[in-house]
Design a protein around this ligand. Structure first.
Ligand code: IMP
Ligand code: MG
Length: 183
């Protein structure tokens, strides 16, 4: 069905089954931690949308949702290190327990800047839950509190992650053929 996009893939990094399994584990952890805290689950647009939708359904506790869009990436595969808030939260987070849900932590610059901004609003706590992390690419000291998978330094697409806004609809996570970068 997605042959048109799959021809651009180099290899499968994570299958839908692996992703589903790991998300249920993360959901169980978050349920335990946030049972009595009515957390505000914040989805970072757009890459985390698929992960977020699956994750919140695995959390067996009262919670609320909000969305934020911050970007440090243009059309390429390398961070510019500049962060811009394209869409801010609608919720007042003062005194709230906040969980930022991200697709991937790469250099860590986007989240570091986002955290600094959100902390000025005095939440009770802020934690980070990311589906993927590339520890070897880190430019700042940022670990993340809940991580789905650590992956090597390869550009990943699918399950919400894009290259130049494409491939977000793929159900598994793949590495992209380097030849596609040149297009
Ligand atoms: P950071 O500021 O370098 O940590 O970049 C974080 C953002 O870069 C993520 O939210 C993604 O949108 C994007 N990004 C980083 N690595 C990848 C990748 O391998 N595939 C797709 N997007 C990526
Ligand atoms: Mg992106």
């Amino acid at each position: 069905m997605f042959d048109e996009q799959l021809k651009d893939m180099e290899k499968t990094l994570l299958t839908r089954e692996q992703i589903t399994q790991r998300i249920s584990e993360l959901g169980a952890q978050l349920t335990e931690e946030y049972r009595d805290k009515n957390p505000l689950m914040v989805c970072t647009l757009r890459g985390a949308v698929l992960f977020f939708a699956d994750l919140i359904r695995q959390i067996d506790a009262p919670l609320e949702l909000d969305f934020i869009s911050a970007s440090s990436y243009g059309a390429g595969t390398d961070s510019s290190g500049v962060v811009r808030i394209n869409k801010d939260l609608s919720t007042n987070i003062k005194g709230r327990h906040v969980v930022i849900v991200e697709d991937i932590i790469d250099t860590g610059l986007t989240l570091t800047n986002l955290l600094a901004l959100l902390r000025t609003r005095q939440p009770a706590s802020i934690k980070i839950c990311a589906l993927l992390s590339k520890p070897s690419r880190r430019k700042v000291d940022l670990v993340g509190d809940y991580i789905g998978f650590e992956i090597p330094d390869e550009f990943a697409v699918g399950f919400g992650l894009d290259y130049d806004e494409r491939y977000r609809n793929l159900d598994s996570i793949y590495t992209l053929n380097p030849s596609v970068y040149g297009k």
